[in-house]
Design a protein around this ligand. Structure first.
Ligand SMILES: *Cc1c(COP(=O)(O)O)cnc(C)c1O
Length: 398
């Protein structure tokens, strides 16, 4: 028999759990797009989106997913033939680099593999070698959702400054925004991209690009920018008719309003702390399980691990068996391994990921961990015991 009946938990690293309040806000008749509530809402959305990114710069809103935001960021900053330096720490860093290449950029790739963070010394050396400043942008992923490493963005800016290099610093915060500390202006980030369906707790459908005056000055010097992706009209709330290059994403905007209210109410610091503490509980459990058996955290140094998503390896095909069990028997859907086969590490069957981003609390995390522990036992997958109580103790500690 199974135990999946009841509210399910999609514990994957995006799309994430959509709060009931956000769903309620989106459940409405089609609104007037010309005047009234929706139009009046725009200014506040922009203000709060800047707050979430900790920036006084601009934010452009697109009807797009994260891949669209990637493309938007490049369309406004890179001309065909420009060089970009891509810092890859997993599947998503490589993916953004491939988009840049497909859009005509010459990509210099610094690949740090699937289990490590960036090395600022190598970044500085690569930039120093570019004496003619052909590199126009440095692309880096804050949290790579496949390896689940968190990169130190301020250290990238420091390396760029040490090399006195004028390239733009562009950061993918799709997995981390609204989950992990991120301070765009203080860390010297010029362009940042994110999307609606992770820490921002909405369904997929909105892509965001934050940018500062430096980045905007680069954009105005480009020979052409594709009209749909140009950030200029989209960053102006008063240009609401043209704002989305067509019809506004009406229901998503209502949902976004509520999600941003929830973020304001909890407070960014509290949100960052909640994610850190819940991640600590998960690692307390996984450390126990790893003591006997094959389970391993993909990022061994906890200081480098994301607080929003955790990747684990397990002997193939046990990761797939476990995911099947937790979903069918316990109503918990775990994430698949992603991109790990690309660099010679075991294929997807040997990895799984736990998404703990956005609208997630202690009982959801403890429930997911309990389901995993039950699955490990039911499937006779060797593991150390006591994971769930270790997680509970981690949450009980001051
Ligand atoms: C999810 C994710 C993406 C891709 O976003 P989509 O909305 O699926 O296109 C890119 N980068 C990171 C770090 C992500 O977590």
């Amino acid at each position: 028999m199974g135990f999946a009946q009841g509210r399910s938990y999609l514990a994957i690293p995006g799309p994430s759990v959509v709060p009931d309040a956000v769903q309620r806000a989106m459940h409405r008749a089609a609104p007037n797009i010309y005047q009234g509530e929706l139009v009046d809402m725009m200014d506040g959305l922009t203000t709060d989106l800047r707050h979430v990114a900790q920036t006084d710069g601009y934010v452009a809103i697109y009807i797009a997913n994260g891949h669209g935001a990637w493309e938007a960021s490049l369309a406004n900053t890179i001309a065909p033939g420009d060089r970009v330096l891509v810092l890859a720490t997993g599947h998503f860093g490589l993916g953004w680099g491939r988009h840049a290449e497909a859009m005509g950029a010459k990509v210099d790739l610094l690949d740090f593999g699937n289990r490590a963070t960036i090395d600022p010394d190598r970044i500085e050396a690569a930039l120093r070698a570019d004496t003619t400043h052909e590199i126009k942008a440095v692309l880096v992923t804050h949290v790579d959702t496949s390896s689940t490493v968190r990169n130190d963005i301020a250290s990238v800016r420091a390396a760029m400054n040490a090399a006195s290099h004028p390239a733009l610093l562009m950061v993918d915060c799709i997995a981390s925004l609204g989950c992990e500390r991120f301070e765009m202006d203080r860390w010297g980030v010029d362009v940042m991209v994110s999307a609606s369906q992770k820490g921002l707790m909405l369904p997929p459908g909105l892509g965001f690009v934050w940018f500062n005056d430096r980045a905007d000055a680069v954009q105005t010097r480009l020979d052409r920018v594709s009209p749909y992706w140009s950030w200029t009209p989209r960053a102006k709330p008063e240009a609401f008719y043209q704002y989305f290059g067509g019809t506004a994403p009406t229901h998503h905007l209502y949902g976004l309003r509520v999600a941003l209210d929830m973020i304001r109410q909890e407070g960014l610091d509290a949100i960052w702390q909640r994610h850190a503490r819940l991640a600590g509980a998960i690692w307390a459990a996984t450390d126990c399980w790893a003591r006997d058996g094959a389970m391993r955290l993909n990022i061994s140094d906890s200081a480098l691990r994301s607080h929003a998503v955790t990747a684990l390896s397990l002997t193939a095909p046990d990761a797939s068996r476990l995911r099947g069990w937790t979903e069918e028997m316990a109503g918990v859907t775990l994430g698949i391994g992603l991109g790990m086969a690309e660099q010679g590490t075991p294929a997807a069957d040997g990895f799984f990921r736990i998404g703990h981003m956005g609208h997630v609390n202690a009982h959801m995390v403890l429930g997911a961990l309990g389901a995993i522990e039950a699955g490990l036992a039911a499937l006779d997958i060797p593991h150390g015991s006591g994971g769930v109580s270790a997680a509970a103790r981690a949450l009980a500690a001051d």
